[in-house]
Design a protein around this ligand. Structure first.
Ligand SMILES: Cc1cc2nc3c(=O)[nH]c(=O)nc-3n(C[C@H](O)[C@H](O)[C@H](O)COP(=O)(O)OP(=O)(O)OC[C@H]3O[C@@H](n4cnc5c(N)ncnc54)[C@H](O)[C@@H]3O)c2cc1C
Length: 313
């Protein structure tokens, strides 16, 4: 760590719905928060078009517009929003030290970590080609757009089964594409999937590409890839959902904070409190369950209220 360049009362890392909401509450509570936006200013929602489930927008709103609105709202109350990436953390003692861009070290009395979680993709060029045009990593977010259509879900764990079941309630046909000859999901989830008439499980299938003129119209699959009897299979679909996990952006905090086996920061008793007093985690980085803009915003709010109360004592 370099020498201390600045001392603040409340430092917020990340500019998704959790970070900006924490900034709104912390600035209105006179904590003079400083927020670093990271590599993706505005967070995950800047990569999507329509957001139809964030309360307060009866006609929906685009992701970038929603994030711009949240940023403006935080700035209106004096939040100091800056470009920069947190590259190292020392949470061994209060005040906590965060290095920005490997250069500048900030000392803070309270820290709100809102660094999000990144969905994993298969790594196909077609996933990027059809981003926002049929490819999604969130059934709760985008399933509604596929009512009475055909979709595929990739993955074999509990999340993939949950996403397939959710989509089965909306779509006409759901394919669950599973690489292995079995599901990793719990027995209960497997039973639910097998007993849902409009879900077809495609075991031992790999996706190798997507096709379509103006968006996804189908997927190229290979059954028993690499085996002597491998077989090419094309399926007609309108939506392609990834459910192969997320990577929480928690690496620099792992030496200090407890995380689960995937890397989600563990918080106490349903609050954003971590085991270190004055250090809070909000939004997707601490939420393996819901991962929605509204839940992220809500936990950012809670974290700022917690920070304010912590500073009172
Ligand atoms: C394509 C897509 C569509 C979606 N659609 C919807 C939807 O319709 N409705 C809905 O409710 N949810 C939707 N979601 C989910 C929603 O975007 C997330 O739940 C929400 O953005 C999580 O907010 P967050 O504040 O936790 O973090 P994120 O939005 O993930 O933001 C994380 C922030 O942390 C920053 N960061 C990361 N590491 C560092 C670091 N080291 N230093 C500084 N900053 C850092 C990043 O730059 C980013 O600003 C969608 C997600 C995707 C990907």
């Amino acid at each position: 760590m370099s020498t201390i360049n600045e001392k603040v009362r409340c430092l917020i890392i990340g500019s998704g719905p959790a970070g900006y909401t924490a900034a709104i509450y912390a600035s209105r509570a006179n904590l003079a928060p400083v927020l670093y936006e990271g590599i993706q200013p505005g967070g995950q929602l800047t990569t999507t078009t329509e957001v139809e489930n964030f309360p307060g927008y009866p006609e929906g709103v685009t992701g970038p517009q929603l994030m711009e609105d949240l940023k403006k709202q935080a700035e209106r109350f004096g939040a100091d929003i800056r470009m920069g990436i947190a590259t190292a953390a020392d949470l061994s003692a209060s005040p906590y030290k965060i290095t920005i861009d490997g250069e500048k070290t900030i000392e803070t009395e309270t820290l709100i970590i809102c660094t999000g979680a990144t969905a994993k993709y298969l790594g196909l060029a077609d996933e990027a080609k059809y981003a926002g045009m049929g490819v999604s990593a969130c059934a709760t977010c985008d399933g509604f757009f596929y009512r009475k259509k055909r979709v595929a879900v990739v993955g074999g764990g509990d999340t993939a089964c949950e996403e397939a079941l959710y989509l089965a309630g909306l779509a006409k046909q759901v394919y669950l594409i599973v690489r292995k000859p079995y599901l990793r999901a719990s027995k209960v989830m497997q039973e639910r999937v097998f007993h849902t008439p409009n879900i077809e499980v495609l075991f031992e299938h790999n996706t190798v590409g997507l096709f379509g003129e103006n968006g996804v119209e189908g997927a190229h699959l290979v059954k028993r890839l690499g085996e002597p009897d491998e077989e090419k299979v094309d399926i007609a679909i309108d939506g392609f959902f990834l459910a192969i996990g997320h990577k929480p952006n928690s690496d620099i905090f792992k030496p200090w904070l407890e995380t689960d086996e995937v890397g989600y920061i563990k918080t106490l008793d349903g609050t954003p409190r971590t085991k270190i007093p004055g250090v809070f985690a909000a939004g997707d980085v601490a939420d393996p369950q819901y991962r929605q803009a509204i839940t992220a915003a809500a936990s950012g709010c809670k974290a700022a209220i917690e920070a304010e109360r912590f500073l009172l004592h």
